[in-house]
Design a protein around this ligand. Structure first.
Ligand code: 13P
Ligand code: SF4
Length: 366
């Protein structure tokens, strides 16, 4: 069917309650042709409509296993790209709002990474000595770069197994874009801090000397998550003065000092499962995105578990927040009208190499 797409403007004024009813109706009509995947950072009004929720690894697996014609991804751009890469060619991945990117993913681009690879070649042969590892929070062409240079993708769940695999291939790792995940994981594997150097992509040779590169085990890209970098060790100290019994749990995108002071460090799924399995009456200070922490607070207060957000200031992921019920409804009613809007399609030559790096990751984390 070829009809002109329904315009988003007509949806932006629809109130949340009407959206909720119409989204439910659209889901019923689309039936098994549709699957809605949602990341844990999605706001409640969207999260309630997901068929599957998860962290990046779980959602990647879900996308790879789904039989639906349409995979609507309530998350950010790189997640929908991964869904497109791992699904069958005839399946369609959709991101309800194309402006839902990830500011950390944007901190590494292919030009800068290729330049780094060339500059490193003046010190050693990178294809012999360095495994490139990209966090899944990155553009598809960086995953393709890793695929074609013997590298791999990681998520916050499997970063350690991925690094172990990487060191079994070559003696060094170039880790991008998140320095914190790289440093926190490397340190937990007993790699000393002085063997993890920062590659500053704005400086020649990353701002490093030949000796620093020679001695490094992990070269960390100078990227970070603007949400998680708001968490500070003083926030833990202040809170513990009031409630010394508090358990601290942090996402590994948080700064090193925060993770060092935490009792538990792991992905969003790990954080959820740890608090779910905790004893009633326990108190938790959590370093991850606000929508998830609020949901955990609401979910477990009836079991007497006290869940608190670590930062005194609000830090939400503003791009995850761009997915709202109005955009979700717009996408679904367009599908019912025979239109695909906001499809995410990775060019096949990029997807093929990126799939190599993603498949290595899925293999290592199985
Ligand atoms: P998880 O894979 O742990 O859900 O993390 C994704 C993310 O973007 C965290 O900022
Ligand atoms: Fe990206 Fe940070 Fe948002 Fe996660 S929380 S999607 S890393 S900006």
């Amino acid at each position: 069917m070829s009809v002109s797409a329904l315009a988003i403007q007509a949806f932006s004024e629809i109130d949340d309650q009407t959206c909720e009813q119409r989204i439910q109706a659209a889901r019923e009509q689309l039936g098994e042709r549709l699957v809605i995947l949602g990341h844990h950072y999605q706001r409640d009004e969207v999260f309630q409509h997901t068929d599957f929720a998860g962290d990046s690894l779980k959602l990647s697996r879900q996308a790879a296993d789904s039989a639906a014609d349409y995979i609507v991804f309530c998350g950010v751009h790189f997640m929908a790209e991964v869904a497109d890469i791992l699904s069958r060619p005839e399946q369609v991945a959709i991101l309800p709002d194309l402006s839902a990117g990830c500011s950390m993913a944007d901190m590494a681009d292919l030009n800068h990474v290729e330049k780094a690879w060339q500059e490193l070649a003046s010190v050693l042969d990178p294809d012999q000595h360095i495994t490139p590892v990209t966090y899944i929070n990155s553009a598809a062409n960086l995953k393709a770069f890793c695929g074609s240079h013997g590298g791999i993708v990681c998520t916050s769940t499997n970063a350690r197994s991925v690094l172990e695999w990487s060191f079994s291939q070559r003696d060094k790792v170039l880790f991008f874009p998140d320095q914190h995940l790289g440093r926190n994981t490397g340190f937990a594997m007993d790699i000393p801090l002085d063997q993890m150097v920062i590659w500053d992509y704005d400086q020649p040779m990353g701002g490093l000397s030949k000796e620093q590169i020679d001695q490094a085990k992990i070269i960390l890209w100078k990227g970070f998550c603007s949400v998680h970098q708001m968490f500070q060790p003083e926030q833990i100290d202040n809170f513990k003065q009031r409630y010394p019994e508090t358990k601290i749990i942090a996402h590994p995108e948080s700064p090193f000092e925060v993770c060092q002071k935490s009792d538990y460090v792991g992905s969003t799924e790990y954080i959820i499962n740890t608090i779910r399995d905790a004893e009633p009456g326990t108190r938790w200070l959590v370093a991850t995105e606000l929508n998830l922490v609020n949901r955990l607070h609401e979910q477990y207060k009836h079991e007497g578990k006290n869940v608190h957000f670590m930062s005194p200031t609000v830090c939400m992921c503003s791009t995850m927040f761009r997915i709202d019920p109005q955009h979700l409804l717009w996408v679904l009613e367009n599908l019912l009208a025979g239109n695909v809007v906001n499809q995410i399609k990775v060019p096949e030559e990029v997807a093929e190499q990126a799939r190599l790096a993603l498949d290595r990751m899925l293999e290592v984390s199985s």
